[in-house]
Design a protein around this ligand. Structure first.
Ligand SMILES: [Zn+2]
Length: 381
């Protein structure tokens, strides 16, 4: 998947967002930039064909790799072939450009990015010039030892590559150097204390192991395989009720009964109990009706049963329960529990609540207010 967009506040700069998709959803993404004939990074090997197709008709005079990770150099060889341009990168990145298999890739990275084809780079200077701009090259080791950033001082543009890992790229990998990242961020003038970076790094490690995107992703796979609910079901997930609109790889989307969109991370969905109100096709409506201690209980029960009998949406199986459940402070409480089709639940619920109240009124049976005897010291003056 590829998305081409202009960068806000810098219309000269084109951002190429490259994503691998899984089950039709963007899963892992990286970016490349084009400005004034200069290309910054080339995405991963798997997105290379689309990347090249997009670039056809543009002009690329030079290519800079911010670092040698496989998701930044994937289309290097094809870009070089198509435009005959020079590739500029940190001196230490060049052997990896030449032989990308020198870097060790975790299996999932290999799966999602693929191996880049070899390309030939030359060491980058202190400045990179295009027709209209000058970019300062800043050494920013940390994310990888061969990381550089490009800075356009007149415009204030910074092409930071992966100098700081935030957002989606949270996987720890070989060659990270947290002190290097701190030093590099300071060099870039990004106000970042060691504390925030260390917290970020701790979050990185925990997120990777337990609760980050990968955990949500794994949970998404479980939901897709085991199907505890499907689109259209009315469910309670992580304590939130709603109708399932979409089951994505990281999140499940619900519409609540009052039409609020709920986006629930899949890790939370599988991490707590799932209630599916639709799957069995029927639901029990639970009502509690309190009548006064002075009223005739048999009569009250009769009236309630008549109201139930008058609603043909109530199923005959399982049978309706009408029973005295509690002798409460100010009332005798009946539980009223008819079964209905899931789709009829709310209609029957509201209809019965109103119908029972009206029928009790008509028959002179009262639903009491809470009552209290109050004893006043010294009487009322
Ligand atoms: Zn990287």
């Amino acid at each position: 998947m590829i998305r081409v967009e202009r960068v806000a506040n810098a219309p000269q700069v084109v951002k190429l967002r490259l994503a691998r998709t899984l089950l039709g959803k963007p899963f892992y993404s990286t970016a490349a930039y084009w400005v004034d004939g200069l290309l910054v990074d080339t995405g991963c090997a798997h997105t290379a064909p689309q990347f090249i197709a997009t670039l056809k008709g543009w002009h690329v005079d030079q290519l800079v790799n911010t670092h040698s990770h496989e998701d930044h150099i994937g289309a290097n060889a094809r870009v070089q072939e198509l435009f005959g341009c020079q590739i500029l990168a940190h001196r230490d990145a060049l052997p990896i450009l030449q032989d990308p298999k020198l870097q060790s890739l975790q299996p999932y990275r290999r799966l999602f990015w693929g191996w880049p084809k070899p390309s030939h780079g030359v060491p980058i200077d202190e400045w990179v010039e295009t027709e209209n701009h000058r970019f300062q090259v800043i050494d920013t080791p940390g994310h990888s030892p061969d990381h550089v950033c490009l800075f356009e001082p007149d415009r204030g543009w910074l092409f930071s590559g992966d100098a700081y890992i935030g957002g989606q790229d949270r996987a720890l990998r070989q060659g990270y150097d947290i002190h290097g990242i701190i030093a590099s961020l300071k060099k870039l003038g990004i106000p970042m204390t060691e504390f925030t970076v260390v917290i970020g790094a701790a979050g990185l490690a925990i997120g990777f192991a337990l609760q980050g995107s990968l955990a949500n992703f794994a949970a998404g796979v479980i939901l897709i395989i085991f199907k505890p609910f499907k689109v259209g079901d009315f469910v309670e997930l992580a304590g939130q009720k709603g109708t399932v609109r979409e089951i994505q790889i990281f999140n499940t989307i619900l519409n609540s009964p009052d039409n609020v969109r709920l986006i629930i991370p899949n890790g939370q969905v599988t991490g707590s109990s799932i209630k599916n109100y639709t799957v069995n096709g029927t639901r029990r409506v639970d009502l509690v009706v309190g009548v006064s201690y002075d009223d005739d209980l048999k009569k009250a029960r009769q009236v309630i049963e008549q109201v139930l009998a008058g609603d043909d949406r109530i199923l005959s199986e399982p049978p309706v329960t009408v029973a005295v459940s509690e002798l409460a402070d100010s009332s005798v409480n009946f539980v009223v529990r008819p079964w209905v089709k899931t789709t009829d639940y709310w209609d029957v619920y509201f209809n019965l609540t109103e119908g029972i109240k009206l029928a009790l009124d008509k028959n002179g049976i009262t639903i009491p207010y809470p009552q209290r005897d109050i004893h006043m010291k010294g009487g009322v003056s």
